[in-house]
Design a protein around this ligand. Sequence first.
Ligand code: MTE
Ligand code: CO
Length: 390
Amino acid sequence: QAAPDPAITELQPWQQYLGEGVDARPYGMPSEHEAHVVRRDVPWLTADPVSSVNFTPLHELDGIITPNGLCFERHHGGIAEIDPGAYRLMINGLVDTPLVFTLDDLKRFPRENHAYFLECAANSGMEWRGAQLNGCQFTHGMIHNVMYTGVPLRLLLEEAGIKTAGKWILPEGADASAMTRSIPLEKALDDCLVAFKMNGEALRPEQGYPVRLVVPGWEGNMWVKWLRRIEIGDQPWHHREETSKYTDLLPDGQARRFTWEMDAKSVITNPSPQAPITHGPGPTVLTGIAWSGRGTIPRVDVTLDGGATWARARMSGPSFDKSMHRFYYEFDWDGRPLLLQSRAHDSTGYVQPTKDMLREVRGENSIYHNNGIQTWAVNEQGVAENVEVS
Ligand code: MTE
Ligand code: CO
């Protein structure tokens, strides 16, 4: 007969007082027991926290939506704190009528809702030459997946009227870095959004309050935050972020440029280095996320033995175009060491490559667009570590 469990038999402290009333938390916060679930940075990665990045705690999340307060941040000139009353969006260049919109003006256009992932092109960039950072928060945490509300950019461009020579747009941020990127007009007219809500509420300052550009499936750098201006031109501008940055130097000395679309990718979030197996052998839940800039993820494969044998994971949750997908694989752990990997298949038939396959084509100079398969080694104690297998 088991000893009585005081968690059941004893009166608990929280049963012995009247709790706080409804007005105690006008804007709710997570339980104090979840205080470790936060964005984190890697101090040695950048010279200064202002032009820097922090990472989404993927190993603590489930489902497909990233809570607003946990969306990773990447800014080049710090967070701009914009007064919405003084917010303006200008459209100029090769248009029939240059226009300026206030925030209220934007809210009088028809709007749409879409869940999309945003992945920085540099996500997993530190892993190009070998396994480095111990945790999926740091290896894969430059991604978030949010339900946006916004006006299709097409409607604003139609309002201004694009001249026939207009073939490219240049969105510009209002922050001190004045972020700009050249985007082909076809993409701008296709599915880009001028968004002012994330997961139902106003954008957070970190994410571009009051307005950011949403460029579905394309590298995060193009999703200009604190959007203040869109210029229409007849050719790309070749600015800093599309020449010295966000290009990949190949072994033959040529550089890949305009690599906008994010290739299909996946990662196991549990177990992982920050989320070891603590319950010992027996029933074990493996879970992770997968995404593609080209469509949906109908299938993810999982291996427990470093790729010798693969099984199909179970997809669960909504499957939206260019949005995060959630997979699970439940297994009976025998307590022996594991080499965990996941491999995403997207709706175009593309299959996520190994890191070695990527290096064969792209060499070792790259930072951006590392979508190679991630391996976690789990030992008999359930402790997980970032490794590579060949
Ligand atoms: N927009 C402006 N105005 N300034 C910036 O520094 N950083 C870009 C992009 N848009 C940036 C910006 C980069 S590199 C990325 S990856 C995404 O915003 C990050 O978006 P997030 O901070 O919402 O995660
Ligand atoms: Co980025």
